[in-house]
Each structure stands twice: as C-alpha cells, then as structure tokens.
Design a binder for this molecule. Structure first.
Ligand SMILES: Nc1ncnc2c1ncn2[C@@H]1O[C@H](COP(=O)(O)OP(=O)(O)OP(=O)(O)O)[C@@H](O)[C@H]1O
Length: 420
C-alpha cells in the first residue's frame, strides 16, 4: 500500500469547502454538514449572526448593518477568518464529539486541481484554525472520480467533469493521477448570472434568485413553451411579469457553454492517443452540483459525440471520494502488465520538499502538453511530500495515489504533531 493512501486512512474528518456549499464527513459517523458556504455578520459589532442555510436565506434581504459573506470562491478560501467562523458555527458540537474521541485530529480536504500554493495554505490554515492537527489535500477531480466509483487507479483513462458553482474542472485521470486537465468559468452560478443579465438587458427586469431556476428548464432541448417570470422593473421599481422564450435562454448561456466544450477539446488534445481511445469507449462522468443542470448532459453528448453520464449523487461525489479514501476503500494503483507478465511492487519514497517557486506548476496549470508519464510523475504537489514512484514504472505493481498534498514549506503548513 502506498504511504499517501496510508496517510489518508489516518484522517478522520473530510471537508469539501465549495463556493456554494460546505460538506463535512466524519469517519464512522457520515455526512454531518451539507450547508451553503455563507455567513451573515453584523458589521457594527462584528458578531456572527448566522451561518449556512440560515445565512443564505438572508442574502438579498438584509438591512445595511448585516453583511452576507461567501468566504470560499471557486473552491479556494478567500477569507480565512470567515471560513473558520463558518465552519465552527456549522460543525459546532458535532466536531467536539470527534475531538473527545481523537486528540490528534487529522483532516483531508479537496482543493482545485490548479490551486496555487496560496490556496493550499489557505485551506490548511482554515482547517488547522478549527482544530485539525494535520491536513491532507486531494485534488477535487480525483476525489470526485473516486466518489463516483470510477476506477481511477487503473491504467485506463477516465474523464470527469466537476461542475461546481463558478467553475467546471475537466480532468482525465489514469493510474490515480491527473493526466490532463483544464478549468472553465462555467457553473450553476455562471448560468444563473447569464440568465439574470439577459433578462435585465432584454426586458429591463431584475429577477429574484428563485425565479431563475425554472428558466433553467429551457436549456433542455425538448422544452418549447415560453415561461412567465415576475421581477422588478429596472426603471419604475414596480413588480412586472414578462414572458421568456426558451430559445432566448439557450442563446444567453451559449458563450459559457461553448467555453466548456472548448475546454474539453483542449484537454483531449493534450491526452496521449491511447487514453483518448479509452475515453471514446467510456465517455465522461459529470459530478458536482451543477451536473444536474437541465440539458447539460445532452448538450455535451451532442457537442463531443462522447457518452455522458451524470453521477448518482453528483453534488456529494467529492466528499464521498474523500470518505472512501479515509475508510481505505480505494485499492492501490495497478499498472498494466509488464512484457513478461510478472507483477512487482513499485516502491515509494517521499519527495524532498521542492522549492516554493516550483509549487503548483503541474502540467495542467502550465498549459504545456505533457505526455502521460510526465503528468503522472510531475504532479502539482504544492511542493509538499507527495510520494513518488521509483524504479521501473512500466512494471506491474502499486503506486501512490491520489494526489495527497501538503502545502509548500514556508506557507502555512499542517500543524506539527502535538505531544498529546
Ligand atoms: N437542481 C439543480 N439545478 C441546477 N443547478 C443546481 C441544482 N442543484 C445545484 N445546482 C447548482 O450547483 C452549484 C453547487 O454545486 P456544488 O455544491 O458542487 O458547488 P461547490 O462545490 O460549492 O462549488 P465549487 O466547486 O465551484 O467550489 C450551484 O451553483 C447550484 O446552483
């Protein structure tokens, strides 16, 4: 078994800090938090008024002295203090029970595949600030792939799209690592904003957020009839109803949708031909909350000609993947049979902490077109202690997976083990 898998099985709390929702899974207990990543604070006193669903319900309805804050953006913590306050409020007593059982609390969290060292340290600092003594980071596509039940550890390619709130991460995984990946600014919130903007420009009407979801249905090809929506007139400020044509909604989201198909093509372009042949057979899996966006799967099928499947619990794929890693339910990597058909073990060694400048410069962030072996061995480790396969990589055996990472030296790293 690889050392990184071992490290992950020592974790007892899994955290998926998303721009839209925060999910916390505790080993042996299950999902204890699945709430919007939102806090409401009193700007006069600085006191936290609400967190999660209660704070989200206040959004757009607050008096001047109450501010609704989203401390996570695109899977990256942008306000560490607010993120810690939010986690403390959401997890509260439930995590205190875990602390009582385990003095040395290890946590594992997802991070975007192209996160930079600052994003790594922000995630680690957030979790150490709420009591974790050490933090492992796993890139979101690998976690989601595992959560969807994809055989990411096998030598065949699998393509996963993690469709979040503001971004979609497109990744091709093989042998437990990302071979090629890209990110596009398309997600549930992007589609929401595109529709709101369209109605504002075309009909001079401001839509309340609950009026936008019904318009999403227009993205499904079969929908023909117009939809009536109620909003506030931009000029008069009075409530007014307008009729929206589904074709107009489709054209409003055309630009972000084209960005997604372009990114998929670019990722396929960077893949070695063997893996593209695998993908032609297997297709792609959609994970993340926006995977259920009406018509997204059929649009991707049409544009790419590939099979498209929506994961069973797309919004929970990433946290389910982290839970599987903590529980040790993910088998070690199996390499393709060697010429002689003999199997062996690829030993692992800890990589020396890399220079900080090299951190986060993985193949998918550099924009280069790496071959598969480069991509697997030169992972975006964040300059941490990712185990690295040594020896003959073409032989059978086990290799480290997934990309468990700790932050670069010099950044806010995992807390040192306490003597307790
Ligand atoms: N039934 C639905 N129809 C359309 N969109 C949906 C639906 N359910 C959730 N979404 C969208 O999914 C998004 C949230 O997905 P998810 O919880 O995976 O995001 P996240 O992990 O917090 O975001 P990110 O990965 O960008 O940090 C929101 O933008 C939401 O609008």
């Amino acid at each position: 078994m690889s050392s990184s898998l071992k490290d992950l099985t020592r974790c007892s709390v899994a955290v998926d800090l998303g721009a839209a929702r925060t999910r916390v899974h505790v080993k042996g207990t299950g999902l204890i938090v699945d709430q919007p990543s939102v806090v409401a604070v009193n700007t006069r006193s600085g006191a936290l008024i609400a967190a999660g669903g209660a704070a989200a319900r206040m959004d757009g309805r607050t008096p001047r002295h109450i501010r609704v804050v989203r401390p996570v953006c695109g899977g990256t913590v942008v306000d560490i203090d607010m993120a810690q306050r939010m986690l403390r409020a959401l997890v509260g007593d439930q995590l205190r029970g875990v602390f009582r059982r385990r003095a040395f609390l290890r946590a594992v969290a997802t991070i975007p595949h192209d996160a930079d060292p600052l994003a790594h340290s922000a995630a680690v600092e957030t979790l150490t600030g709420v009591g974790a003594k050490s933090v492992e980071l796993v890139d979101a596509p690998t976690a989601a792939g595992i959560g969807c039940g994809l055989p990411v550890q096998r030598p065949e390619a699998t393509m996963i799209l993690v469709c979040g709130a503001a971004t979609t991460q497109v990744a091709v995984l093989s042998l437990g690592s990302i071979v090629a990946a890209g990110t596009v600014h398309l997600g549930g919130d992007t589609i929401h904003n595109a529709v709101v903007q369209y109605v504002r420009n075309r009909h001079e009407l401001l839509l309340p957020s609950q009026a936008v979801r019904p318009l999403h249905l227009a993205l499904t090809q079969g929908v023909q009839g117009p939809t009536e929506v109620l909003g506030r007139d931009v000029v008069t400020g009075l409530a007014r109803t307008v009729t929206i044509d589904p074709d107009d909604v489709r054209s409003a989201v055309q630009t972000p949708m084209t960005g997604l198909t372009d990114t998929i093509r670019a990722v396929l372009h960077r893949c070695p031909p063997d893996l593209v042949a695998d993908l032609a057979e297997r297709g792609m899996v959609l994970a993340g909350g926006s995977a259920v966006l009406p018509g997204l799967d059929e649009r991707l099928r049409e544009c790419t000609g590939m099979r498209v499947r929506v994961a069973d619990r797309p919004e929970l794929s990433a946290v389910d993947g982290l839970a599987a890693l903590m529980d040790g339910r993910v088998p070690a990597i199996t390499a393709p049979p060697a010429r002689g058909g003999r199997s062996g073990t690829v030993r692992l060694r800890r990589r020396r902490p890399a220079a900080q400048g090299a951190a986060g410069s993985g193949p998918e962030t550099s924009g280069d077109a790496p071959d598969a072996s480069e991509a697997r061995n030169d992972r975006p480790t964040g300059g941490g202690t990712t185990p690295e396969p040594v020896g003959d990589s073409s032989s059978d055996g086990e290799r480290a997976m997934p990309e468990a990472r700790t932050p670069a030296p010099g950044t806010a790293g995992p807390a040192a083990p306490s003597p307790t």
